[in-house]
Design a protein around this ligand. Sequence first.
Ligand code: SF4
Length: 295
Amino acid sequence: MPSLYDITPFSLLDYPNEMSCIVWVAGCNMRCVYCHNPNIVFGKGEKEDDEVIAFLEKRIGKLSAVVFSGGEATLYAGLPALMRRVKAMGFKIKLDTNGSRPEVLRGLLAEGLVDYVAMDFKCPPEKTGALIGTSKLWEPFMQSLALLIEAASLIHTAVIPAKAGIQPVGSKLHSSEARCVTRAAQEKSLMPRGRAALDPAFQRDDDKGERFSNTPTHPLTFEIRTTVHPDWLDEKDLAWMIAFLDEAGYRGTYYIQNVASTGDKTIGNVAKPERALDLALIPSPKGFSLAYRNF
Ligand code: SF4
């Protein structure tokens, strides 16, 4: 059972424009080769919720926000209850997530517990096995993306990339292609739009519209980000991912982050990149902006 690993008492970097602390959750359901937090991923958390609350009680008026990170924070069964307590103290909450637990995310959004979500977009589906250690979390990621797009009210006609429009990198087509819908097909038919197109778990409440239970009403900021180790993820992969986000209707800023080369031990024992990403080969998105970190 993942639990609380540690608290970083102060950060100006992890929550834009807020003075935050970071609560690290032990445990993760991915094994990203470049991950430099194996101590958290494989570690056992020993902190209790009450320790976090006691820490925050002394920081009222000094900190404005709490970042839940990890590991994968949504694996912690006590996360919603802890967030409720933190929220009741007046702190803003940011969640860092790999997007693998849409069922948890849905509940957090519905309760208005998170103000900011930073979600990782790891790689195209055919690279997930090699890069993150599992190929089973692509569908949950798409569901999470759909939830966030809808919650942020950034778009109402999100679709997943159509087979005719975007081909996955490499020869292997991913399983979701069987369910791909085109924008034209949606417009002509009664095919579900918006969240339903990305999220197979989505159910309409009735036949008249797209209302669904647990509609989030809390204002939400979210960002999509990708950590790039150029030996593992190349410019073609990123071009596909940008096109995917465009088609999905993402309208925020997409952050491409150079892998940290601190010399720390990584989960996959990967070496420092042997080459640099050629930023000139990264295409511009149509509907959102691109930003680079750590380049
Ligand atoms: S980088 Fe990957 S393995 Fe490491 S904590 Fe994040 S999702 Fe888990």
